[in-house]
Write a protein that binds this ligand. Structure first.
Ligand SMILES: O=C(O)CCC(=O)C(=O)O
Ligand SMILES: [Fe+2]
Length: 227
C-alpha cells in the first residue's frame, strides 16, 4: 500500500531542513549501499553521522510524531534515523529492493525495514525526472510530490528513481519497523481506523457503535502488534 503524507513538514521546517542539508558536504551515495545496490545507485548522500543530517533528521522525526495519518498508516515501532540524498546531472537509482535489516553505523540500533519512506525536499517544477517508481500488485506507480510531502511504501516492493535530467532532486529517505509486520494486516487496521474517524465526524466519539468499533480496532491491534 502506497500512502502519501501531504504537508508532513511545515514551510518553516522545510526551509530549516534545506538550509541545513544544502550547507553540508555531500558524498557518493554508495557509502551506505550493499554490493547489489551499489550497482544501481547513482546519487549523493549526506554521511549518516553528519551533524546536519542529525539535526535535519530530528526535525523530520518530530514531524512524523505529530502526524496522525503517519501514525495510523505506519504503526511505527522503530524508525531509522533519516538520511538525505540528492540526484542531478542524469543521476538515478536503478531497480532494487531495500535491505531487510538496517543497522545504524556505530551503534546497536537495528531496524527491520517493513516500510520505506521518501520525504520530498524540492519542488517538482525545479527538476526534470526523479520520479520514484514503485512496483506493486497493480503495476508500477510513479510518485513525485511537492516539497514537504512524503510517501510511505512497503520495503518489500521493487522501486527505482528515474534519471534527474535537469535541476536537482533533494530528499530524505529512511526505513521503519512497524508494530504490525504484515502489510495486509496493517492495511486492514488503517482502513478500519479511517472509517472510525469518519464515523466520529458523523455521530461523535461517544456513540455506542463508535465505542464498539474502537474496541474491535484495539483487539485486532492486540492480536497483531509486537510492541
Ligand atoms: O530517493 C528516493 O526516493 C529513494 C531512495 C532509495 O530507494 C534508497 O535509498 O534505497
Ligand atoms: Fe530503495
Amino acid at each position: 500500500m502506497l500512502i502519501p503524507i501531504p504537508d508532513l513538514l511545515s514551510p518553516a521546517e522545510l526551509a530549516r531542513v534545506r538550509a541545513l542539508v544544502d550547507a553540508a558536504e555531500w558524498v557518493d551515495g554508495n557509502v551506505t549501499s550493499g554490493p547489489q545496490a551499489a550497482l544501481a545507485k547513482r546519487n549523493e548522500q549526506l554521511p549518516e553521522t553528519h551533524p546536519a543530517a542529525r539535526e535535519a533528521g530530528a526535525i523530520i522525526l518530530d514531524a512524523l510524531a505529530r502526524s496522525p495519518l503517519f501514525i495510523a498508516a505506519a504503526l511505527p515501532l522503530k524508525i531509522f534515523p533519516p538520511l538525505f540524498n540528492r540526484y542531478a546531472g542524469g543521476q538515478n537509482f536503478g531497480l532494487h529492493v531495500d535491505n531487510a535489516v538496517r543497522i545504524q553505523r556505530g551503534s546497536e540500533f537495528r531496524v527491520r525495514s517493513d516500510l520505506s519512506m521518501t520525504v520530498f525536499l524540492e519542488d517538482p517544477q525545479a527538476y526534470a525526472g526523479g520520479e520514484l517508481l514503485i512496483e506493486g500488485l497493480f503495476g508500477a506507480q510513479s510518485v513525485k510530490l511537492p516539497a514537504g510531502h512524503a510517501i510511505l511504501y512497503p520495503s518489500s516492493s521493487l522501486h527505482r528513481v528515474t534519471p534527474v535530467t535537469s535541476g536537482a532532486r533533494v530528499a530524505s529517505f529512511f526505513w521503519l519497523q512497524s508494530m504490525v509486520r504484515d502489510d495486509g494486516a496493517r492495511r486492514i487496521l488503517f482502513d478500519l481506523d479511517r472509517s472510525i474517524q469518519g464515523l466520529v465526524g458523523e455521530v461523535g466519539q461517544g456513540h455506542a457503535e463508535v465505542v464498539a468499533l474502537t474496541g474491535v480496532y484495539h483487539n485486532l491491534l492486540r492480536r497483531w502488534a509486537d510492541a
